[in-house]
Design a protein around this ligand. Structure first.
Ligand SMILES: [Zn+2]
Length: 273
């Protein structure tokens, strides 16, 4: 008997961070070779007519490697991506892309959207700070790039009803978070969409498994994620981030830190999106 499959049409959105030539123990870095293999697979899906879902490619943080390493590989495969950038960090140091580089991405048909202004956890922002994270980043990107910014990916993947409502008020149409198992839905007129965080250990086989997962497997993952969320609530953001620093094998020179403080004071932790 054929296995029950996820309904065709369900979106599968991948979230990459860094793409580098050399492998790293850091969980959210993929190698050029790995990225190239992913894109070969995704490209093959766009060419056949089996009706299989084609994963959408997104990046978080605006790391310089997005332009220097990932962009040429995307061009080779003629695939397009959405780059969620931290607006306040562009052109600030060697770690991040420059405005000219983001303009080049847009000119090549890619999208550049918001990942906030300063990579703060939106769920811990005051109303004023939340407005700044959402509106300042949107306005700066629109002014600098001359394109409309309609989507935001939440730093750390964190959101709640208050964040969704503020995003809608700021003019966003889509809010991306890091729970891939939550069904896509509309809230306050904004579409909430989960993404799969791509890790250094994910190969073509894992990508295929994601696309061909049965409904019962999705439900199992959904339950596991709910447990993880409960652990986070119990531990609190700071303790949870400390735990993630170990699990993600993060070192201070790798990855982009997320600001987990209530008021923007310097309390930082490993970022997960
Ligand atoms: Zn991030």
């Amino acid at each position: 008997m054929a296995r029950e499959r996820i309904r065709v049409g369900r979106r599968c959105v991948l979230a990459y961070h860094e793409v580098q030539r050399n492998a790293s123990k850091y969980r959210y870095r993929v190698t050029n070779q790995q990225f190239d293999e992913h894109l070969s697979f995704i490209s093959s899906l766009t060419k056949n007519s089996s009706g299989e879902r084609v994963p959408e490619i997104t990046f978080d943080d605006g790391h310089r490697s997005n332009y220097e390493e990932a962009f040429p590989i995307l061009e080779q495969h003629r695939l397009r991506a959405v780059f969620f950038v931290i607006a306040g960090r562009i052109s600030t140091d060697r770690e991040f892309m420059t405005w000219n580089q983001t303009r080049e991405l847009v000119a090549a048909g890619h999208q550049v959207q918001s990942h906030g202004w300063a990579h703060r956890l939106l769920t811990r922002c005051s109303e004023n700070d939340l407005r700044q994270e959402l509106l300042s980043s949107k306005c700066e990107l629109e002014d600098r790039l001359g394109t409309e910014v309609q989507a935001i990916s939440a730093p750390g993947g964190r959101w709640n009803d208050k964040v969704a409502e503020a995003c809608a008020k700021a003019g966003y149409k889509q809010l991306f978070h890091s729970n891939p198992w939550l069904q896509s839905r509309n809230l306050f007129g904004i579409q909430l969409q989960g993404r799969h965080m791509v890790t250094g250990g994910m190969g073509q086989h894992e990508l295929k498994s994601l696309l061909r997962m049965s409904q019962s497997q999705v439900l199992l993952h959904r339950t596991k994620y709910r447990v993880k969320e409960q652990v986070r609530v119990i531990l609190g953001d700071r303790l949870y981030h400390k735990m993630w620093i170990k699990l993600a094998k993060w070192k201070s020179e790798e990855g982009i830190e997320v600001d987990v403080s209530e008021s923007g004071k310097s309390e930082r932790g490993i970022q997960q999106s």
